[in-house]
Ligand binder design. Structure first.
Ligand code: PHB
Length: 395
């Protein structure tokens, strides 16, 4: 695998050392398939891109980098954050200047949404490795999603909460696509089950101050607060505020999608997370041979700075889907041939069985209910219940 990294705006190509590690023959000796990896590699969401790329590299480490007779080359570009204009420009550069065959990555919804028309215009398959607002896949016929959608992860949480005696819930979500989707899906499913929504608030995506919102939750005295926040500094700040304002002491539980207790951030969030129940499609504690292989190879490939999370898993699966599609097309990068190879594809992921719905090009997967516990002194999301073959309920 060859890999090039371009910092946004500077046009300076930096050959990553991993290119040397992965290169297995004279460069140019073999036909290549270029994948333009566009994601967040700096700024507050820098771990999103790092996790996605680390997951992709893990797949290549385990499976080699030649599929259908073509060698994989990654051309990596940094959106620097939630920056739709930059993401769009980088995608245009990728297709016109770098001649990439496939676009991939996309941690954040605004970046994926901005690139969708570029994929359509250039007829390039676009593999979404995180961005989880339901509508994204409808924005281009060339989009395939291997990650998750917020309604898909949320609906099981609402149903589980009701069954387990929670009757009155306050919702708190980040005020952009995935948060709005999570709020709507939770309210719909929880009310359908018979539950009551006490109140709902949305927090800004940029620099939110959670204190007033957390106080509002406390004052409303719900049995639980349902939360969606993008993982990182925001989820850490939320848990800190929840602890400081004594919501646990007055009996207000947290329920959430697993974005809140992201494996990559969980340890930094500390013991305040113990006992939190979430619904999600991937846990580093998932007990399967595929996950054991993934975890070991991830650490060997990328070092120990990051613990693999759901974005790493989707990067791995996205790379697997591209590899399988190339095998099927015998190395052809014809976009329509690749798309038909993706449609209906089934893979055994580190998270369990997954499928690309042939109609919607969105992922179908098991959603697990998990509780934060300590295993050998380290915080993990331990799965204890599951909902198999969940589609995005919005479609
Ligand atoms: C998104 O922007 O779509 C997004 C970001 C982080 C998540 C989930 C979705 O954990």
């Amino acid at each position: 695998m060859k890999q090039r990294m371009q910092r946004s705006g500077w046009g300076a190509w930096i050959c990553a050392t991993s290119a040397l590690l992965f290169a297995s023959g004279p460069v140019g000796a073999q036909a290549t398939v270029k994948i333009g990896v566009i994601a967040e590699f700096s700024g507050p969401f820098a771990d999103y891109g790092s996790q996605i790329l680390a997951g992709m590299k893990t797949y290549l480490q385990l499976n080699g980098d030649v599929f259908g007779g073509k060698k994989i080359e990654l051309v990596v570009k940094d959106t620097t954050g939630a920056a739709p204009d930059i993401a769009k420009r980088l995608a245009q550069e990728s297709v016109t200047r770098d001649n990439v065959d496939i676009l991939a990555g996309f941690g954040l919804t605004p970046n994926a949404m901005a690139v969708a028309p570029v994929a359509t215009e250039a007829k390039k398959p676009m593999v979404i490795m995180n961005a989880a607002t339901s509508i994204i896949t409808t924005r281009s016929p060339y989009i395939v999603r291997v990650s998750h959608t917020l309604p898909q992860d949320t609906q099981p949480m609402a149903q589980w909460a009701w069954k387990n005696g929670i009757k009155r819930v306050f919702t708190l979500v980040s005020d952009y696509g995935p948060g709005q989707d999570a709020e709507a899906a939770f309210i719909k499913a929880f009310k359908a089950a018979g539950g009551e929504i006490v109140d709902s608030v949305r927090t800004p995506l940029a620099n939110p101050d959670f204190a007033p919102f957390i106080q509002r939750v406390k004052d409303a005295k719900p049995e639980a607060v349902f939360v969606f926040l993008p993982p990182g500094s925001q989820t850490i700040a939320f848990i800190k505020g929840y602890e400081e304002r004594g919501l646990k002491e007055v009996g207000i539980k947290i329920i959430a999608t697993g974005d809140l207790t992201d494996d990559g951030v969980l340890q930094a969030m500390g013991d305040g997370t113990l006992g939190i129940v979430t619904s999600f499609h991937y846990s580093a504690a998932h007990d399967s041979p595929e996950n054991k292989t993934f975890l070991k190879a991830y650490t060997e490939t990328n070092g120990t700075r990051l613990r693999p999370n759901f974005m790493a898993c989707a990067g791995y699966d996205g790379m697997a889907a591209i590899a399988e599609a190339l095998k099927k097309t015998q190395g052809s990068t014809d976009p329509d041939k690749l798309l038909s190879a993706f449609k209906g594809m089934k893979l055994m992921s580190p998270r369990g069985p997954i499928m690309i719905d042939p109609e919607t090009r969105d992922i179908v997967q098991t959603v697990y209910i998990r509780r934060v516990e300590k295993l050998n002194g380290i915080l993990y999301n331990v799965e204890f219940d599951k909902f198999p073959e969940v589609h995005d309920p919005g479609k």
